[in-house]
Design a protein around this ligand. Structure first.
Ligand SMILES: *Cc1c(COP(=O)(O)O)cnc(C)c1O
Length: 370
């Protein structure tokens, strides 16, 4: 029998399994807990609009029919919502799938990819998978984006410039002028991927989405957004990208599977858009909670990153894996960061007020033990 090592691509050996964490049910069983606060995956605890829930509850017809390959109805509605051309939109089974599609569509071995550090794991993992070299632009000591360094890196030739904004895991962001400086500096041959998974939570006046600054047909760019976070549809898997040109969207469409987004997800996203007020209310409530929890962490003298997302990144006095394990045993799930230099950092999702209160109580109790 052939050695499996000769079959599997060597670049896979450099990858770690994605850390998606334990389910609430698994933690209840493992730790003998009745209540578990799930604050590890940046989901929206308020869930989707009631109209979406009603649709999903009644969804039983047409399950034997393939979905629209183009997500036609959603495409039309989203194009008008965003004031963008319908033929510049691409849809994915979550925006994570769009990341995979983008890397598979553009990267050849040896290409250069520029990203921020610490980074969203998939931005680096797909680069490794495709054999690209990664250039990391580190956050500053204050855990903000080093605008000058990012602009300088962006000005040099690379296949991809990719980062999330607000940044996952830190939550930090650039002002409109700073983002514009980075966008203006980018090399003309580079594809910019601006991952705006947390766009809807960034309510600070100086945050500016990429679509307000990037012009169609000028340079090559994709702005990624998702229905998983603020819109409350993480379980259904649907995200989208707005591309600089129809030709770029068409190229990405060649790489996806023909029916990558399912019909309930397309319809739920459509209904969610039609009930935008629900999303806006919950995003505003989460943003207000976020600022309170962040202030509480700072009162405790902890190093906390500025954030406009629905999570907070902060340093603990112990290895992150240990802290996350101890918090889990008390009933709060968080994301321990593992990247070098940040392995004492925890990323905690902002939950409902009671969950946040319990998280702080659990954190105090594990810190008192050390
Ligand atoms: C959560 C997240 C995504 C995407 O999630 P999907 O559920 O696949 O849409 C993409 N990018 C970043 C930075 C994220 O944090």
């Amino acid at each position: 029998m052939t050695d499996l090592d000769k079959i599997i691509r060597p670049s896979l050996k450099q990858l770690e399994p994605y850390n998606s964490g334990l389910s609430v049910a698994a933690v209840r069983r493992l730790c003998g807990l009745a209540e578990v606060n799930r604050l590890a995956s940046n989901e929206n605890p308020f869930g989707p609009a009631p109209e979406v829930l009603k649709y999903i509850r009644n969804q039983q017809n047409d399950l034997h029919i393939y979905p629209s390959s183009e997500a036609s109805d959603l495409r039309t509605e989203l194009a008008s919502y965003l004031d963008a051309d319908a033929d510049r939109l691409v849809f994915g089974n979550g925006s994570e799938e769009l990341l995979s599609i983008i890397f598979r569509s553009v990267i050849e071995p040896g290409d250069r990819v520029i990203t921020l550090y610490p980074s969203f794991p998939l931005h680096e993992d797909y680069a490794v998978l495709m054999g690209a070299g990664i250039e990391r632009v580190a956050l500053t000591e204050d855990l903000t984006i080093d605008v000058d360094k990012l602009a300088e890196a962006a000005s040099k030739p690379a296949k991809l410039l990719i980062f999330s904004h607000p940044v996952n895991p830190a939550g930090c962001w650039m002002s409109r002028d700073e983002l514009l400086a980075v966008l203006d500096a980018r090399h003309p041959d580079t594809l910019l991927v601006l991952d705006e998974a947390y766009f809807e939570f960034a309510l600070s006046g100086d945050y500016c989405g990429g679509l307000d600054l990037l012009a169609p047909g000028k340079g090559h760019w994709i702005v990624l957004r998702t229905f998983s976070k603020a819109w409350g549809l993480a379980g259904l898997r649907i995200g989208y990208g707005v591309c600089s040109s129809p030709a770029l969207a068409a190229a990405l469409d060649l790489t996806r599977t023909p029916f990558n987004t399912n019909a309930p997800a397309q319809n739920a996203a459509l209904l969610a858009l039609g009930n935008e007020a629900h999303m806006k209310t919950s995003a505003a409530a989460i943003a207000a909670e976020r600022d309170k929890v962040k202030a509480s962490l700072m009162e405790r003298g902890l190093r906390v990153a500025p954030t406009q997302a629905n999570f907070i990144f902060f340093e603990t006095e112990m290895p992150s894996a240990e802290a996350a394990d101890a918090l889990m045993r008390l009933g709060t799930l968080v994301k321990p960061w593992k990247q070098a230099g940040f392995d004492r950092f925890i990323r905690v999702t902002v939950g409902q007020p009671e969950e946040n209160r319990q998280f702080l109580e659990h954190l105090d109790s594990i810190r008192a033990r050390t």
